[in-house]
Design a protein around this ligand. Structure first.
Ligand code: SAM
Length: 200
């Protein structure tokens, strides 16, 4: 299920206070189809060395998939209590507690500094609000994959159209945190120069 048009229509007509609340609790649960989630993690070249953070993790499907199929550690951050409890129970049922943790938190207040891969399925306005925090929290080499909504102010390294098994088309945006430039044109030893604009 994708973001329904009615959500955008309602947002366009409501008061600023209601809009702020809506952005803080940035809308409902629209799960990413598993085959699309898999392609998001593949696009980020996720490996067992990675720590994946899904901001607004819904039923926990992306952290669970990351652990099961990519062998990495994963964290889901979810504000909704019932989705949080559901995903914690699912992680326990699958005996993935050593690899997956779910935090019941507002992602605007969460610490995602350990992340090396971040997945987003949020509205463009929410991505824009999160952008400064992502820029300051993520270290060099971290990747951000956003589904259907670009992150304003950043240049994507890759943009891909993918299809779900139901033949619905989705757009993936890949961003990469570049190594800090020490002086114009000089990057730290062991780092590759990055042709893309830094996330910061
Ligand atoms: C479109 S769903 C995506 C769910 C999951 N990431 C996926 O791709 O299947 C967005 C999720 O973000 C959660 N959410 C919205 N605002 C949030 C906030 N401020 N902090 C944490 N989670 C939030 C919602 O409860 C919902 O589960």
């Amino acid at each position: 299920m994708r973001w329904p048009l009615s959500f955008f229509r309602n947002l366009a007509t409501c008061s600023w206070k209601a809009k702020l609340t809506a952005f803080n609790h940035a809308a409902g649960f629209y799960p990413t189809p598993l085959c699309v989630a898999r392609q998001m993690l593949e696009l980020a070249e996720t490996s067992p060395r990675d720590v994946v953070y899904d901001l607004g993790s819904g039923d926990g499907r992306i952290p669970i998939l990351a652990a099961q199929e990519f062998g990495c550690r994963a964290v889901g951050i979810e504000i909704d209590d019932s989705l949080y409890r559901y995903s914690v129970a699912r992680v326990a049922e699958l005996k993935l507690e050593n690899q997956v943790s779910i935090q019941r938190l507002n992602f605007f207040e969460a610490d995602f500094r350990p992340a090396t891969v971040v997945t987003l399925y949020l509205l463009g306005a929410v991505n824009e609000q999160l952008q400064p925090r992502l820029g300051s929290h993520l270290r060099s080499g971290a990747r951000v994959v956003s589904l259907d909504f670009a992150v304003a102010g950043w240049n994507p390294e890759d943009v891909r159209q993918v299809r779900s098994v139901n033949d619905v088309e989705y757009t993936l945006y890949l961003y990469r945190r570049c190594p800090p430039v020490l002086r114009e044109g000089i990057v730290p030893v062991g780092s590759q120069p990055c042709p893309h604009r830094d996330l910061a």
